[in-house]
Design a protein around this ligand. Structure first.
Ligand SMILES: Cc1ncc(COP(=O)(O)O)c(C=O)c1O
Length: 382
C-alpha cells in the first residue's frame, strides 16, 4: 500500500495526542514531521520514506519474537473465525484460556499458582495494588496498605502505576503520586555509591534504608514492595551484587508482599525465562505484559502466589478482565515456543545497552529456572 505521507502527517498532527512528545513544538511543526512506521520484518522496521532500521529497542521492549511472524497472525485469524471473544467472569472460560494459564503457571518462578488477565502493564500494576489491599483486608490487617516503590522505577503511567513510577516528570501536573505510594532509593551503584563503596556494601545500604523506611511508616501500614528485577526505563541497569538477597530479607522480616514487575524482563529477556529466576527473586505477585504477546495484541496476565490466593478464596474478585479469546491461541502457537530475538539484560552484556539482539536458547532458560525454583508454589501472575 502506498500512503500519502503529507496527508498522514497532517491528520496525525491534527488528531493524535502523542505521549512523551513536546506537544506545542509538535503542533507547530518545530519537531518536524512524525516518524511514520509502515512495516516490520524480523528485527527491522521500515518507515514511510523507505528507510530500513534495526529496531534495537524492539518497539518499547515488547516485540520479543520480532515483526512479521505469520504464524502469530494466522493463529489470531483462526481464532477470530472460531470464537472472537468470551469473558472469564462468573467462572466462564475457554479452552485456550485454561491451557495458556496452566502453561504460564508452570513456566513462572516457583510460587506462582494463578493467572489474572488484563490489557497492559499499567493496568496490571493497578490490579496488583488492589490485590495487596484486598489481601490485607481479608486477613484482618486493614491498615497494611502502603506500597513502596523505588526512585527511577517504572511501572506505567496510569493513576496507581504512575504513582509507583519513581520519576517526577510522570507526576508533575498530574496530582501524583497517590499518598498510598512511597519511594525508596534507586539501586544504581554507578550513580548512587559513596566513594569506595562496593556493590555489596551499596546493596546492604539500600536494604537498611528500606528497613528504616518501613519502620518509619510502621510495618502494620506497609503491604507491598514493587520493583523491576532489572531497572528498566529508569536506567536499563542490572541490580548491584547482593541487592535482591538483602531486599528480600527486609520484606520477609516485615511481612511485606513482593511484586516483581516483569513487564520487560519476562519471556527470555534476561537469558532466563523471567528476571526473577535470573536474580533469585521469589515474588508473591508477578506482573507480565509486553513480551507475552510480543505486542501482536495487548494483554497482561498477572500472577499471584498461593499465600494470597488462600485469602482471596474467601471472597469474590471485584474486578476482572475479559478480552482473551483471540490472543490466547496466538500466544500458545508462537510466543511461548520460539527463540526470542532480543534480550534486555544479561548482566555482563547489557550495562548501558538498551536491547541486545541475541538468541536465547530454551535449554539455558530451563537450566537457569531449575537453579532458582526452590520454594513451593504459592504466587499469582498478572
Ligand atoms: C517495568 C514496566 N512496568 C510496566 C510498564 C507499563 O506497561 P504498559 O506500557 O503495557 O502499560 C512498562 C512499560 O514500559 C514497564 O517497563
Amino acid at each position: 500500500m502506498t500512503i500519502n505521507i503529507k496527508d498522514i502527517a497532517e491528520k496525525d498532527r491534527n488528531s493524535v495526542l502523542h505521549p512523551f512528545t513536546q506537544l506545542k513544538d509538535f503542533a507547530s511543526g518545530k519537531l518536524g514531521e512524525p516518524t511514520i512506521v509502515e512495516t516490520g520484518k524480523g528485527i527491522r522496521i521500515q518507515d514511510a520514506y523507505g528507510n530500513q532500521l534495526i529496531d534495537g529497542f524492539a518497539g518499547l521492549y515488547c516485540v520479543n519474537v520480532g515483526y512479521g511472524r505469520t504464524e502469530v497472525a494466522d493463529a489470531i485469524s483462526r481464532q477470530a473465525y472460531r470464537l472472537a471473544y468470551y469473558h472469564s467472569y462468573a467462572a466462564h472460560t475457554t479452552d485456550e484460556l485454561a491451557i495458556l494459564s496452566d502453561r504460564l503457571v508452570k513456566m513462572a518462578p516457583g510460587k506462582m499458582s494463578k493467572v489474572f488477565y488484563g490489557m497492559s502493564g499499567s493496568d496490571a500494576n493497578e490490579t496488583q495494588a488492589k490485590l495487596v489491599w484486598y489481601y490485607n483486608n481479608l486477613r484482618g490487617k486493614p491498615t497494611k496498605k502502603k506500597i513502596i516503590s523505588r526512585e527511577r522505577g517504572y511501572h506505567g503511567c496510569s493513576v496507581v502505576s504512575g504513582s509507583m513510577t519513581g520519576m517526577s516528570f510522570y507526576h508533575d501536573h498530574m496530582d501524583l503520586p497517590l499518598p498510598q505510594i512511597t519511594h525508596t532509593g534507586v539501586p544504581h551503584h554507578y550513580w548512587g555509591a559513596n566513594p569506595g563503596e562496593t556493590e555489596r556494601e551499596f546493596s546492604a545500604r539500600r536494604a537498611v534504608e528500606l528497613d528504616q523506611l518501613i519502620e518509619q511508616l510502621g510495618p502494620d501500614n506497609v503491604g507491598g514492595f514493587i520493583a523491576e528485577p532489572v531497572l528498566g526505563t529508569g536506567g536499563i541497569t542490572p541490580p548491584p551484587e547482593g541487592y535482591w538477597e538483602a531486599i528480600q530479607a527486609v520484606l520477609k522480616k516485615h511481612d511485606v508482599l513482593l511484586i516483581a514487575d516483569e513487564v520487560i524482563t519476562g519471556f527470555g529477556r534476561t537469558g532466563s525465562m523471567f528476571g526473577s529466576q535470573h536474580y533469585g527473586i521469589e515474588p508473591d505477585l508477578i506482573t507480565v505484559a509486553k513480551g507475552l504477546t510480543s505486542a501482536y495484541f495487548p494483554s497482561r496476565p498477572r500472577s499471584s502466589a498461593r499465600r494470597s490466593i488462600r485469602c482471596w478464596k474467601t471472597g469474590p474478585t471485584g474486578s476482572a478482565p475479559s478480552r482473551m479469546a483471540i490472543p490466547i491461541p496466538a500466544i500458545r502457537s508462537a510466543q511461548l515456543r520460539p527463540t526470542p530475538y532480543s534480550t534486555l539484560s544479561r548482566r555482563k552484556i547489557c550495562r548501558g545497552t538498551p536491547a541486545m539482539l541475541a538468541p536465547i536458547s530454551r535449554r539455558s532458560s530451563r537450566k537457569n529456572s531449575r537453579n532458582c525454583q526452590s520454594s513451593a508454589r504459592c504466587g499469582v501472575l498478572a
